[in-house]
Every structure is written in C-alpha cells, then in structure tokens.
Design a protein. Sequence first.
Length: 315
Amino acid sequence: MATFLDFEKPIAELQSRIDELRRTAEGGAVDIDAEIAPLQAKAERLLQDTYAKLTPWQKTQVARHPERPHFKHYVAGLIEDFMPLGGDRAFADDNAIIGGLGRFRGRRVMVIGHEKGDDTASRLKHNFGMGKPEGYRKAIRLMRLADKFRLPVITLVDTSGAFPGVQAEERGQAEAIARSTEMCLNLGVPLVATILGEGGSGGAVALAAGNQVLMMEHAVYSVISPEGCASILWRTADKASDAAEAMKVTAQHLKELKVIDGIIPEPLGGAHRDPGLAVRTLGDAVEAALDGFDGLPPEALRQARRAKFLAMGRI
C-alpha cells in the first residue's frame, strides 16, 4: 500500500474508500464499477490540484518520500553493463557514494551518485546517503578516470548533506568536499548532474558542479536543510516550513534564479507513484544534455562551466 504524506490526507481517505469497495466486490458477486469510477476520477482531480500548488515545505516532504526511486533504481533502468568501482585508495570504500562504468543509451559513461537505501538495513548500510571523506575521494578518483579515458560523467545527487560525524571531520571532510567540487569544475569531459530528491549543502555541490545541472520537479536543493536553518534562525525546527519558503529550495525557484539549467517533470503525484516513468524521463533529459556537448574540446567545456558558475548571483 502506498505511503501518503501528511498533506495528502484527503487523497488517502478517498483511496481508502476505493480500496474498501474493491475488497467488498471481490469474488464478482457485486458490480461496483459505477460507484468506483467517480471516486477514482475525484481522487485523480484532487491529486492534480494538490500537486499543482505544493508549498516549498511540501515539496521537501515529497523529495524525502521513502518510496521515491534512488540511485540504484536509475542505474538499473538506464545503465547497461554497470561495473561499480569501489574505494578511495587511501582509507576505505564509502557505501553512501557509489560510482562505476557503464553504457547509457549506447554511450560509455561514468556514473556517480548518492544511495540512500530503501529499507532499514540498506539505509544503515548506505548511511542514509550521507557521504564521508572517503566517498568524495572515491568520486574524485572516478572523475579523474573518466577524464583520462574521455568519458562523460553523469552524477545523481540525493543527500541531506555530507556526514557530520567527528570521525569524518578528523579525516578531512571539508577538504574532500572542496577537492571534489574542484574536480567537477576542472573536468575536460561533459558533466551532467541531476538532483533526484534532496540536494543538501556541500555534500550535494561536490557532485553537482556540472556543465548542466538538472532537478526533478519535486526535488529540493539548498545550502542547509529547512530544519537546520530554522534551528539557527528561530531556535526551533518547528519553523522549517517558513525556512523552506525563505530559502527558495524548489526546482522552480532555482530555475528562475539560474542556479539550475532545467527541470525534469515527474509523474502526477511524484516520482514514487510511477518510478519507471520517472527513470525514463530523467534518461531522456540527460541524453539531450549530453548530446549538446558532443564535439566540444576540453577547454571549451571548462570555460563554459566556469562562466556558468561565475554568473550565478549577478544582477
């Protein structure tokens, strides 16, 4: 059964009535299609109306939905012959950041991204998508490899932020993130980054400083979580909805501010309601972006990337 968010309560109640009617009609003794059809149409309209006017905080909730497709789902649906490459050749392998070689619609690529996990065991294994220094150093190693062999880089970003633990700081978290961001900017091959769900702080930017930055329609991208911002400004996380509004975290706000280059439409009700369609739509957008960089020399790619980021915030 689908997991409904707090603001979807009216939709959940309607769907519950529809499911109850279907259970009543099991066995074929009663034909209730005439009763279900208008309820189903009403539920569709309600879903459409609700998602047409989501607030930034509601979009944040959708971006965090537990059933939303993650890195592994996009790789399974889009990348053929995926060969994961592990380790930073210095300390360890980080399961929060995964990367490897594969073929994307006939094109050899390097794919790197955050994996959050989709159940308790996998979330613990992948540390909820919060990368440690060795994860960002692994990303740097893989980007260097892609640069050497002239392979486009696709990054799939989905993290609330880099891991904030003491051990991560002791191993140079800030330096690793800065180096990863620098590597993105210095690549001589195209880098297309997509924010799948959450794009949190430097932990996201470290993989997202690309030639093209795309966002899923209901994804969010910000320097800090709304709860973190509210805790700093108002000393309470209860003001998270106000913080989300003020920070302009949505794809629509960021496209207007020219922080991102494009928005990838999601199925009605969010990517979690039709993961297969979400995966295909993202694939089409990434393919179109990569096609636009075909034939460009390394220096042109670097200069375009540099100009893109230097232009941000100018009036």
